[in-house]
Design a protein around this ligand. Sequence first.
Ligand SMILES: Cc1cn([C@H]2C[C@H](O)[C@@H](COP(=O)(O)OP(=O)(O)O[C@H]3O[C@@H](C)C(=O)[C@@H](O)[C@H]3O)O2)c(=O)[nH]c1=O
Length: 186
Amino acid sequence: MPFTITPCPIEGLFEIVPKVFGDHRGYFFESWSERDFAQAGLSMRFVQDNQSKSVRGVLRGLHFQKKYPQGKLVRCIDGEVFDVAVDIRPGSPTFGRWHGVLLTPERQNQFYIPEGFAHGFLVLSETAVFAYKCTEFYHPEDEGGLMWNDPAIGIEWPDLGMPPSLSDKDTKHASIEALRAELGGN
Ligand SMILES: Cc1cn([C@H]2C[C@H](O)[C@@H](COP(=O)(O)OP(=O)(O)O[C@H]3O[C@@H](C)C(=O)[C@@H](O)[C@H]3O)O2)c(=O)[nH]c1=O
């Protein structure tokens, strides 16, 4: 099995570390295998791959789609990011809880975030290239957002000694309580 797939403390989240083959040329690893992930109980169909580059202090998130939720297999291919998922599954016993993973090319680790989570990340390095596979297409009209610094969630973002740099959109998201009321089920 060329992957170590470890469940995270919130049900449905997984950290994946591939087996990296190094030699005098550099390295090789498989970053995704439908067969091997399925063997570990992770069966999904990816339909879109995304890549973004950001500078230090950029925080993208927390994002989700409502009618067309996306599962995401995320990794940082250059630089270092702190990646966060927040459970927004109506009725989930861990609704509103967050889990964070440091993603680095040194570990080549990946984070699997299934449908029903809000997702975001903070760039810790000078620049970071972030890549991810999605189980659903982008539907801009269906996008939802959760406030990155909602005290009721209490995400412990690493302190960079500067306020995060956000898109306009990301300064205006809902609180977890507003989302609970909107999504129902809890
Ligand atoms: C996400 C996305 C954006 N775009 C376009 C819309 C916009 O003009 C431009 C930048 O979009 P955004 O500002 O939404 O990009 P960004 O803030 O990087 O959005 C992403 O953030 C992370 C945290 C996620 O989890 C992703 O699912 C996605 O929401 O790219 C697409 O064409 N396809 C896509 O799938």
